[in-house]
Design a protein around this ligand. Structure first.
Ligand code: S3P
Length: 447
């Protein structure tokens, strides 16, 4: 299956200037972590601004199935009463994470540190994604894969360790999911669990672990890396979490405002953790007008208000070491690059091949079908910007929310409309995307 049971196509048409202000939903990475750490803490965690997208709702269900109390108390407001470190109960049925690699992989880490057996499953996209990279370190810590499909794919049954071992682990790729899984398993281990990454990935797990009372040290490692040491068996205490707006979701209205002539859009409370802001840096290097006014952050996560005005962009070279800080944003950056003047070369995108879809191929196909010259050279994506895009294409979304949103953004400024075959997966991360874009003036037409 490459789309939902009842696909809902949509067409984006050339739109007049986008105007107004909006707040995109809560950050997906922080939302997953707030639920998982809330479930592993003693006492109550109140969360405001939670992303109520399908991915996060699946994590909430998994936390309930593992014994935590999880309640919705108002709009985007949730309360979690946790079971304490290593306190998860054996679930009665398989845990279904739908489309979400993050939910699945982080919970694998948390389960690996508990003496229970749990089966992890997901949709066709998630069943195709690699899990070996997660279970390899978890097995070193004493967990065991009881059953899985070829090459360590879902459905996968994991037996957690009765006496988990602390390890020192160097991640083979820059991945916050691998790092987080090891740290979450390390919570139950005696002694210090250390994760070394040669390229720093998003550090929301580290910041939130400290916020919940864990002892964790994060130090620089080499030119771009980090060494993170967590002291095991802390008493995590429930704590309030305020979830800022997701910069990966803000990326879509931001690029739309840059490419639709005359646009002027304000976005509120966007999280500006420096390990997530590679796209904004890159767009500014391309000539984008993005003004940022600092706001106060919460629990170590800074945020700002963004004002974005339509800009003539120019092609640039994006260095590979920037990839971890904008790994989910290359699709929409490729759209911006198509509207820029000149060539944009995005380097070091190997990890895009194992996301919700093969995003390297899917991005190239999305651009090509709309008349943009694009090439994949090894792990690099090269887009020839001409300052305008023909459009007129039908884009296959491959069960991938970010392909759907990127293609729709492209259609708002291309000469001919752009159609996507299925918008259903947008609900995994940005349920309000279509109405919000329409409120800003986007012409999105059912078809
Ligand atoms: C995420 C980490 C990234 C990212 C994903 C969210 C997280 O994946 O692509 O959308 O919340 O930890 P990797 O760690 O595999 O790069």
């Amino acid at each position: 299956m490459t789309h939902s049971d009842h696909p809902t196509p949509l067409q984006a048409r050339r739109s007049a200037a986008l105007r107004g202000s909006a707040r995109v939903p809560g950050d997906k990475s922080i939302s997953h972590r707030a639920l998982i750490l809330g479930a592993l803490a003693v006492g109550e965690t109140s969360i405001s601004g939670l992303l109520e997208g399908e991915d996060v709702l699946n994590t909430a269900k998994a936390m309930r199935a593992l014994g935590a109390q999880v309640e919705r108390t108002g709009e985007f407001a949730w309360k979690v009463s946790g079971v304490g470190v290593a306190g998860f109960a054996q679930p009665d049925a398989a845990l279904d994470f739908g489309n979400s690699g993050t939910g699945c992989r982080l919970v694998m880490g948390a389960v690996a540190g508990c003496p229970i057996v749990a089966t992890f499953d997901g949709d066709a996209s998630l069943r195709g994604r690699p899990m070996r990279r997660i279970v390899d370190p978890l097995e070193l810590m004493g967990a065991r894969v009881v059953d899985c499909r070829d090459g360590g794919r879902l459905p996968l049954t994991l037996a957690g360790a009765r006496d988990p071992l602390p390890i020192r682990y160097q991640t083979p790729v820059a991945s916050a999911q691998i790092k987080s899984a090891v740290l979450l398993a390390g919570l139950s281990a005696p002694g210090v669990t250390t994760v070394i990454e040669t390229e720093a990935s998003r550090d929301h797990t580290e910041l939130m672990l400290r916020h919940f009372g864990a002892e964790l040290v994060s130090e620089p490692e080499g030119a771009h890396g980090r060494r993170i040491s967590l002291t095991g068996q802390p008493e995590l205490r429930g704590a309030p979490v305020v979830v800022p707006a997701d910069p990966s979701s803000a990326a879509f209205p931001i690029v739309a405002a840059l490419i639709v002539p005359g646009s002027d859009v304000v976005l509120a409370e966007v999280m500006t953790n420096p390990l997530r802001t590679g796209l904004f840096k890159t767009l500014r290097e391309m000539g984008a007008s993005i003004e940022e006014s600092e706001l106060r952050g919460d629990a170590g996560e800074p945020m700002a208000q963004f004002r974005v005005r339509a800009s003539q962009l120019r092609g640039i070279d994006v260095p590979p070491e920037r990839a971890p800080s904008m790994i989910d944003e290359y699709l929409v950056l490729a759209v911006a690059a198509a509207f820029a003047e000149g060539t944009t070369r995005m380097r070091g995108l190997k990890e895009l091949r194992v996301k919700e879809s093969d995003r390297l191929e899917a991005t190239a196909a999305m651009l090509r079908v709309n008349g943009v010259a694009v090439e994949i050279d090894g792990d690099d994506l090269i887009v020839e910007g001409k300052g305008h895009v023909a459009g007129g294409g039908l884009v296959a979304t491959h069960m991938d929310h970010r392909i759907a949103m990127s293609a729709l953004v492209m259609g708002l400024a291309s000469q001919q409309p752009v159609t996507v075959d299925d918008t259903a997966f947008i609900a995994t991360s940005f349920p309000d995307f279509i109405p919000m874009m329409r409120r800003l003036g986007a012409e999105l037409v059912d078809c």
